[in-house]
Design a protein around this ligand. Structure first.
Ligand code: COA
Length: 374
């Protein structure tokens, strides 16, 4: 049995930013257009007028100030309202593979490793660019890695579930080192014309290098233990898929082909599941919450994270104990907690503990308990 560790992380951040104000201007222009187009039905009371969005609401409801995206112009054009990405030729790298290579190279540099040291690539994300060949195998090829790759999807918990899979493989000896990669093009499955959720998501890609402790040469985080949980719920759902596409009923225009959520229910139902999950994970590992130096939580909503931190620690978390990045990145699905970990882990001292926790559609919750080793 080998001790798995995280020895490197990398974040690819798209170059284009949309602020709340820019987003709201585009949405409100779309709402004006919609209301003019449907003026007769609205006047006849057959259809509701589309209400304006507001930056104040977005910040108050979510804590989000801006988001990074792959294509800003399509999203902000009231006649389009989705990212317009150039269709790649089969011979070219896919969009996700390109993002993944950037994030993986950063993780490799941080760990002081090359492709020759890696045995596997797991691409774990909420929505994959295609069904097959696996994006992971394309990333493996682009990086020149021997061994194997596969894709997996546990929505917002894809990264932590991927880290559990990688840690178990390292522990058992089936792979020496594994890159767990989370390319999230959330802008492609968000309905930017829906006022209730148009502000929620952004794009990013994260990579985490999980390897054997004996192969590391620098500081790292030991994976003390992992814990995963799923419980079926329809409250966050995206019905897009190959079966739906083949239906002759105009499915492309169906609202449920994009991200759907009952946000209030999610808020209420997921909070106790997550707090209890973290506390039971710590107890099973023989630790208590007051031994945690840091919580790197899923980045969906500031109020949600404030609540979880308070419930787990039994007090209001101090500044820096539970860092948020959602104000800059918005919700980036599985990548959010890994961005927080990547940006806020340097100062953790030798032997100190921290916990990554993701949660979301499924429902799913995944936690990774880490101990710093310098
Ligand atoms: N601008 C202005 N007003 C808006 C608005 C917008 N963009 N969107 C909604 N509103 C209005 C609503 O119409 C509603 O008005 P009403 O009270 O007159 O009916 C009011 O603001 C409250 O809307 P609601 O949707 O209930 O807001 P909320 O406070 O519950 O916040 C979420 C919405 C989505 C931010 C919140 O529910 C949430 O974060 N849920 C969990 C999300 C999550 O973690 N999902 C996981 C995804 S992976």
């Amino acid at each position: 049995m080998h001790q798995p560790v995280i020895s490197g992380t990398g974040v690819f951040t798209p170059s284009e930013v949309i602020t709340n104000d820019e987003l709201v201007v585009a949405f409100n222009a779309y709402a004006d257009k919609f209301n003019i187009e449907h003026a007769a039905a609205i006047t006849a009371g057959e259809m509701a007028e589309m209400a304006y969005s507001s930056s104040e609401f977005i910040v108050a409801a979510s804590g989000i100030h801006q988001r990074y995206v792959i294509d800003k112009s399509g999203i902000l054009d009231p006649d389009i309202m989705y990212p317009t990405l150039r269709q790649r030729q089969d011979e070219e790298p896919g969009v996700m593979a390109e993002m993944a290579v950037d994030a993986c190279n950063k993780a490799l540099v941080q760990a002081g490793k090359t492709a020759a040291d890696i045995d596997a690539v797991i691409v774990a994300a909420s929505n994959l660019e295609r069904a097959y060949p696996a994006v992971a195998i394309e990333v493996q090829e682009l990086l020149g890695i021997s061994g194997f790759g596969f894709d997996m999807n546990v929505a917002c918990s894809s990264a932590t579930f991927g880290i559990q899979a990688a840690s178990d493989m390292v522990r058992s000896g089936s792979a020496r080192a594994i890159l767990v990669v989370n390319p999230e093009i959330c802008s492609g499955h968000l309905e930017w014309r829906d006022r209730d959720c148009h502000f929620i998501f952004g794009d990013v890609c994260t990579a985490t290098l999980v390897e054997r402790k004996q192969d590391t040469s620098g500081g790292h985080f030991e994976v003390v233990s992992t814990k995963c949980l799923t419980k079926f719920s329809n409250n966050i759902r995206n019905n897009n898929g190959f079966l739906r596409r083949s239906r002759p009923d105009g499915v492309k225009d169906r609202r449920d082909m994009q991200f759907m959520q009952n946000g209030r229910k999610v808020f209420k139902e997921v909070l106790p599941i997550v707090s209890n999950h973290i506390l039971s994970h710590l107890a099973e590992a023989g630790y208590s919450a007051d031994q945690l130096k840091r919580l790197w939580l899923h980045q969906a909503n500031k109020a949600m994270n404030d609540f979880i931190g308070k419930k787990v620690l039994g007090r209001v978390p101090e500044a820096g104990e539970q860092p948020n990045i959602l104000q800059d990145y918005a919700n980036t699905s599985s990548a959010g907690s890994i961005i927080a970990f990547s940006q806020y882990s340097e100062d953790i001292g030798d032997g100190e503990l921290g916990l990554i926790c993701s949660f979301g559609a499924g429902y799913s919750v995944g936690s990774v308990l880490l101990k710093r080793a310098l």
